[in-house]
Design a protein around this ligand. Structure first.
Ligand code: ZN
Length: 466
């Protein structure tokens, strides 16, 4: 089967044919009989414009475990007897030897290529072309090297380093050096819709509905400012998500971004839309308010519930009706406790029933308190400025505590609020200029999301709006 070669190769064909002719004249000893060949051999001149370039890519998709398998590709012409008369008229194509090697541990470029009989000079020339980027110095087991050798001259003509399914680096010979090109395949992006009903947990039910764990973590981060995933997830909550899936050659290779998502939680509904501004990509409400808030909803990684916010519950130690003015997050002793927002530490020390306690003043009347701590983080002392998410202390059971947990209070102008549900102030609003672009887009993507809702989901939403 004849494979049409690109222009560069055809020109090479002509050049190599000449080389063969010359080669025959100075034939080595074993072919004693002298053949006279006219050097005026008429080579076919091919107009580059008449060439059909059908397949620029050589078949590189075979993978070979641990050994080098080679394949010789020859045009039918090369099987012709090399005899003077015929020879002079035929444009004799060279044969190319293609090799594909799967890189294994301990391999290096020079080791692989020299094993395949490629000259040290050619190996040097390739590394010279890669000198600035150094890609070939970072080859890893499991990746693939494809290379093509001109059988006649023994020269390396092409080397492809396949980093992964998307990225490759191609080195193509240009007489005495190599040209280096990065080749990136563009995956197809497909918008995908999924929804899940929560019966036991976000992760269990999400996975059951075919939403990947990575996507669920992202969703928890997007809605984590509004929903306390440790304490506030209810049976009957629902979520819907519109996201990108990436396909390469018909096969799914991963997920892209979450474009929009909706969460029905405990009778409330939240919607988030991804949007790019100069500050980067972020999630916003349909009105253009940042999902990100001045306060983290849950100051520890959500684990299990020990007790809910209930101002009238019985205290576990005193069995009296002492109001419980915060929430308890049961977590292993030593679990980091994060500052819910930017602020200044106004107290770090012991206080009776609270044990070790940290109080942070966030300004504008907002204050948070963290109690029963095992110990404080370095730098946690009165007067210290602290940033949202910074570790201030560690979970313990100092003071009046029956087990290791974080007792967390949220006060607004001195009044205790339920940290799980308190309405948190939004971060900086979107600049007006961005908002002008955002609002029409938000309407469009919201419509796409709504049109994808199952009848059940749509009905839940309709009931909430009443
Ligand atoms: Zn408590």
């Amino acid at each position: 089967m004849r494979k049409l070669l690109p222009t560069k190769h055809l020109l090479l064909v002509a050049a190599v044919s000449t080389a063969i002719l010359v080669g025959l004249i100075v034939l080595p000893e074993e072919k004693k009989q002298q053949t006279f060949i006219s050097l005026d051999a008429t080579l076919d001149i091919v107009e580059p414009s008449t060439l059909t370039v059908t397949d620029l890519q050589l078949p590189h998709n075979r993978s070979y475990e641990n050994n080098i398998v080679t394949q010789t590709k020859q045009s039918e012409d090369s099987n012709l007897a090399i005899e003077g008369a015929t020879f002079a008229k035929t444009t004799l194509p060279p044969s190319f030897l293609e090799t594909s090697v799967k890189i294994k541990s301990g391999d290096s470029l020079s080791r692989i290529l020299s094993k395949a009989g490629i000259s040290a000079q050619d190996i040097y020339k390739v590394s010279l072309a890669d000198k600035e980027q150094g890609s070939l110095l970072r080859i890893r087991p499991g990746q693939t090297l494809n290379f093509t050798v001109n059988n006649t001259s023994g020269e390396l003509t092409q080397l492809t380093y396949i980093k992964n399914r998307i990225s490759s680096v191609v080195f193509e010979r240009d007489t005495n050096s190599f040209n280096r090109t990065n080749v990136e395949k563009e995956p197809n992006i497909v918008q995908t819709y999924k929804e899940a009903d929560i019966n036991s947990s976000l992760f269990i039910d999400g996975l059951k509905s075919g939403i990947s764990q990575a996507l669920l973590i992202e969703l928890a981060n997007i809605f984590g400012w509004d929903i306390d995933f440790a304490l506030d997830i209810r049976k009957g909550d629902s979520l819907s998500v519109l996201y990108e899936e990436k396909y390469l050659e018909g096969e799914k290779i991963g997920n892209g971004n979450i474009l929009a998502a909706q969460f029905i939680n405990n009778g409330r509904t939240f919607q988030a839309i991804r949007f790019d501004t100069k500050k980067g990509a972020n999630y916003y409400t349909p009105d253009g308010l940042a999902m990100r808030k001045a306060f983290i909803r849950t100051p520890v990684d959500f684990t299990r519930i020990s007790s809910k916010f209930n101002p009238n519950r019985l205290h576990p130690i005193f069995k009296t009706s002492r109001p419980h003015r915060g929430v308890d997050y049961a977590a292993a002793s030593g679990t980091p406790v994060k500052a819910a927002g930017d602020g200044k530490i106004t107290f770090a020390g012991k206080q009776n029933g609270y044990g070790n306690v940290v109080i942070i003043d966030h300004g504008k009347g907002y204050e948070t308190l963290y109690a029963h701590l095992r110990g404080f983080a370095r730098g946690t002392k009165r007067g210290a400025r602290i940033q949202q998410g910074e570790t201030v202390a560690y979970v313990g059971q100092t003071g009046w505590a029956t087990g290791p947990h974080l007792h967390y209070e949220f006060r607004v102008n001195g009044v205790h609020k339920n940290p799980v549900t308190v309405k948190l102030p939004n971060d900086d609003p979107m600049p007006k200029k961005d908002l002008e672009n955002y609002l029409p887009y938000a309407r469009q993507i919201t419509a796409t999301l709504s049109n994808s809702h199952s009848p059940d989901f749509a009905q839940k939403l309709a009931l909430l709006k009443k």
